[in-house]
Design a protein around this ligand. Structure first.
Ligand SMILES: [Zn+2]
Length: 119
């Protein structure tokens, strides 16, 4: 079940834009992204669809719930470190909105999801 909330739709779009910047810059892909970036992209979209906060979410980097598995978390960090600053130049509107999303305080979930980090 995926959300049609504009906030979530934009977040899906932001993921696509960032992964494309990263893959074109680092893997020299043209048009479609390479296989490993496609895997990362699918995973990121899936996590977003399953995000318990949905349109109330902060940005993934500021979220107290670590829903990415470790290997994917490392990959997405590397990808964002590269694509983040380039988003400002290529897609400033998405970059600014994403920055604003990051100022949201994470909401308390009715059933608090515990992660290994805060146990
Ligand atoms: Zn790639």
């Amino acid at each position: 079940m995926s959300s049609n909330h504009p906030r979530i739709l934009r977040e899906h779009k932001t993921i696509d834009l960032m992964i494309r910047i990263y893959c074109q810059g680092q893997h020299r892909s043209e048009g479609a992204v390479c296989q490993s970036c496609q895997t990362l992209r699918d995973y990121a979209h899936l996590r977003l669809e399953k995000c318990p906060y949905q349109e109330k979410k902060t940005t993934c980097a500021n979220c107290p719930t670590h829903c990415y598995k470790k290997s994917m978390r490392e990959q997405v960090k590397i990808m964002m470190r590269y694509a983040g600053p380039r988003m400002m130049l290529q897609h400033p509107w998405y970059a600014i909105l994403h920055l604003i999303d990051g100022f949201r305080k994470p909401v308390e979930l009715p059933h608090k999801i515990k992660t290994q980090e805060n146990e």
